[in-house]
Design a protein around this ligand. Structure first.
Ligand code: DU
Ligand code: SF4
Length: 225
């Protein structure tokens, strides 16, 4: 119930003027292929199993993906790649994530974004990350079974280091653990596990392949159970 309340409250957040303007502008103007859609145009809520042992941390919603459909990683190619992998490794009940209400459910996993509003060029500022970290800390504090945080890309990794410091009480280690695919950064209250972000930039070029992403989630399962 506390998780639902937090995810209800986040919908009213307007703390980052630049992102509020962008998320709403995109929602008004739309992309031609989606002109019949009523875009979400609001902050993204966390999605998944409240008893999750694997937390998946993304960057921010895509302008015509989550910002259109209202569900994280839903309705874009990154999400297609991510959920296909989660389904193969047994963390999702179906391989596709089309829109809210499509029956998708996660089991043992929960997904949240470091920044909850769609940013121009998929690039939030450090200030916007700091603003949104309060939502992130509040939400993860309500997920008591988390045992590992899979960070999709370097931005999420940086957010997770700060998140862990905020929740675990220890300062961010110096030198900072370096992000990499399959890299584990141990620490309390849970280890971080790096995974290249499933953006087209990585998946179209072969920098991230389906077996590579599956391997990270298998590794996450081993760390989490
Ligand atoms: O109303 P709902 O968001 O579909 O959630 C119903 C119920 O299912 C709630 O207890 C969370 C859980 N759940 C889940 O385990 N995995 C999901 O991906 C979505 C919801
Ligand atoms: Fe609020 Fe986060 Fe959106 Fe900023 S990015 S307006 S803090 S929900």
């Amino acid at each position: 119930a506390a998780l639902e309340a937090l995810n209800e409250a986040v919908l009213d957040c307007r703390r980052c003027p630049r992102l509020v303007e962008w998320r709403e502008q995109v929602a008004r103007e739309k992309r031609a292929a989606y002109r019949d859609w009523e875009y979400w145009g609001r902050p993204m809520q966390g999605f998944g199993d409240p008893a999750a042992r694997v937390l998946i941390l993304g960057l921010a919603p895509a302008a015509h993906g989550g910002n259109r459909t209202g569900r994280i990683f839903t309705g874009d190619r990154s999400g297609d790649f991510l959920f296909a992998s989660l389904h193969r490794v047994g963390l999702a009940n179906q391989a596709e994530s089309i829109e809210r209400g499509d029956g998708l459910a996660l089991s043992g996993a929960y997904i949240v974004a470091a920044v909850r509003c769609a940013p121009p060029a998929n690039l939030p500022t450090p200030e916007e990350r700091a603003n949104c970290s309060e939502w992130l800390e509040g939400e993860v504090a309500l997920l008591p079974e988390v045992h590992v945080v899979v960070c999709l890309g370097g931005f999420a990794w940086e957010s997770a280091l700060r998140l862990r410091s905020a929740l675990g009480g220890a300062p961010v280690p110096r030198p900072k653990p370096k992000f990499g695919h399959g890299v584990v950064a141990d620490g309390d209250p849970w280890p971080l596990l790096g995974c290249f972000h499933p953006s087209q930039q990585n998946t179209f070029t072969g920098k991230l392949t389906p077996p590579m992403m599956d391997a990270v989630f298998e590794q996450a399962r081993e760390l989490a159970w």
